[in-house]
Write a protein that binds this ligand. Structure first.
Ligand SMILES: Nc1ncnc2c1ncn2[C@@H]1O[C@H](COP(=O)(O)OP(=O)(O)OP(=O)(O)O)[C@@H](O)[C@H]1O
Ligand SMILES: [Mg+2]
Length: 315
């Protein structure tokens, strides 16, 4: 039951279609290149990608009592994610998102909320978090975790020896207060630039990282999309380039970056190198549809990482 990585928080079903530049008029039909369905969410997406990278992963999350929920569980289990702590919420549907990706790779989202944010800090989840090497927290905004239970869970996990990472999505008005509670128990906080700037009021990665350090985060990585990332974790801060790729779909690039970073740490890489691995994993994910995209696995990600480290061609 002790996992290398336990992910806690948001779990959704993503339905990704590409390219969708305009909707067919009336009840018309347009043929498109591809459509994919996959588990996603700050916890679910990271768990799926980490398992694909070979980590032993558990997921604490909630699905609805419907076919989508059963599909999400099946897809996670096919990649080897332990779903013993994925609970079914009777009478609720599974959270789901439709993403019509346009030819430029932009991704408007249509989200139908459901049970996906109802993860809690039950005794079983706390026990699993306390025995994991890494705990990835994607529960900011979750009604059963915010306001104290999530922070208490992370404090317990960290005291038991886990390395705690945290990512968030679409932070609401209460997110900053929640981060004040959470970040003192977080080793590496990994928001996107848009999230980091909105929450901190800063306009540079350096200033945003300083803001989150002041709230208690041990390390901060700001994800900068096609511009790469800013890494300020135990040592001199560094800005890393993104891979120069032809983007198909950037859905879950952020979650896959987090999974790649954790996989790097788990395999003994120092933080900056682990962030390079995160970038390589995200670059593979962005070259195909949905959560796993064109990701092959750990060895291919390391090869891609080394190709950029050697040349540093991007930017
Ligand atoms: N266009 C791109 N080209 C190359 N790499 C990219 C591109 N977009 C994203 N990435 C890689 O993915 C990482 C994470 O992407 P991004 O900054 O968009 O995260 P995010 O906003 O948290 O994403 P998400 O919406 O999935 O949560 C980047 O740091 C980069 O390494
Ligand atoms: Mg994100």
């Amino acid at each position: 039951m002790a996992h290398e990585l336990l992910c806690i928080g948001l779990l959704t079903l993503d339905v990704v279609a590409r390219p969708v530049d305009t909707l067919p008029a009336g009840e018309g039909t347009t043929l498109i290149e591809g459509l994919a369905v996959a588990p996603a969410g700050t916890a679910g997406g990271a768990a799926l990608v980490a398992a694909k990278l070979g980590l032993d992963v558990g997921l604490a999350a909630v699905v609805g009592d419907d076919l989508s929920g059963r599909f999400v569980r099946l897809a996670l289990e096919e990649e080897g994610v332990d779903c013993a702590l994925v609970r079914v919420r009777p009478g609720r549907r599974t959270s789901a998102t439709v993403l019509p990706i346009d030819s430029l790779g932009r991704r408007p989202t249509l989200h139908a909320p459901g049970a996906g944010f109802l993860a809690d800090a039950s005794d079983e989840v706390v026990t699993a978090a306390c025995s994991a090497r890494f705990v990835h927290y994607g529960g900011v905004g979750g009604p059963k975790l915010d306001g104290g239970p999530g922070a208490a869970l992370l404090a317990r996990a960290r005291a038991a020896g886990a390395v705690v990472t945290c990512d968030l999505i679409a932070p609401g008005s209460g997110a900053l207060d929640e981060l004040r509670r959470l970040l003192p128990h977080v080793d590496v906080f990994m928001p996107s630039a848009a999230e980091a700037f909105a929450l901190s009021g800063a306009s540079t990665p350096e200033a945003a990282a300083a803001f989150f350090h002041a709230l208690g985060a041990g390390g901060v990585i700001i994800k900068l999309g096609g511009e790469g990332c800013y890494v300020d974790v135990a040592g001199a801060p560094e800005r890393l380039p993104a891979h120069d790729i032809t983007v198909v779909d950037t859905t879950s690039c952020g979650d896959s970056f987090c999974a790649g970073f954790i996989a790097g740490l788990a395999r003994g890489m120092p933080p900056v190198q682990a962030a390079r691995l995160g970038s390589a994993v995200a670059a593979q994910v962005a070259q195909g549809l949905a959560t796993l995209g064109a990701l092959e696995g750990y060895a291919a990600s390391v090869r891609l990482m080394e190709s950029l480290t050697a040349g540093e061609t991007a930017q």
